[in-house]
Design a protein around this ligand. Sequence first.
Ligand SMILES: N[C@@H](CCC(=O)N[C@@H](CS)C(=O)NCC(=O)O)C(=O)O
Length: 263
Amino acid sequence: MTDYKLPEVWEAPESMDGKWGGLNRPTAGSRFEQTLPVGEKPFQLYSLGTPNGVKVTIMFEELKELGLTGADYDLYRIAIGEGDQFGSDFVAINPNSKIPALLDLSGDKPVRVFESAAILLYLAEKFETLLPSNSIERTEVLNWLFWQTGAAPFLGGGFGHFFHYAPESIEYAIHRFAMEAKRQLDLLDKELATKPYIAGNDYTIADIAIWSWYGQLSQDKLWDKAGVFLNVKEYPHLQAWTEKIAARPAVKRGLAADYQSIH
Ligand SMILES: N[C@@H](CCC(=O)N[C@@H](CS)C(=O)NCC(=O)O)C(=O)O
């Protein structure tokens, strides 16, 4: 129990502890001028190898695996721990200051795309793959893609934050978010007991989005010993799906992608 008393109106503290505390501010927008490099390839991806970041490198590698040569990309590291996401050029691509952010330079005008699920959808539509054209099947893929977008903040911002990053272990917060993380894992396990991929018979952008968080958690590769803590081994169908996707050459390449410096 802390002795914190709620004031009537919240005010930002002078400083916050924890790995991310120093970066947070209650305001949006760019904090400094920074020109980003722009390469020759049709797509410019400004990102990092986090769960949201690897969704997009995996997607590009899947497109390349299919022989879609137009899916070539330059990949740049945005060091979020050092605040690169608040530079002016990055904020012009993603005003929300989060990786991943994509520029499509293949058309007459540059197109900016932010939010990892929006990027997956944009690329799937552009290259007409990993998303069924049949309306009913497409809806099921979008159900799971939007599920991931809504669910992962409970896992990452909630459970992962209080389990791994918070400066102290707060029992209430850990129970609150471990409960939800376990419920989400159980949901995926029950769904995957009935079909090979999360939206049906085929591998889609929904699998890419969900695997990047829940697959990596099932391999205990997200936060040190979080998989043990959440006993991920008790979900056999989720484990089998995780391993099947991890074995894909494009997934291996997407995880090992080489980021160029922006400085
Ligand atoms: N809903 C967003 C979330 C993106 C996100 O939270 N990115 C994190 C890294 S995984 C980030 O850039 N954090 C930096 C910050 O919060 O300042 C998406 O799916 O793209």
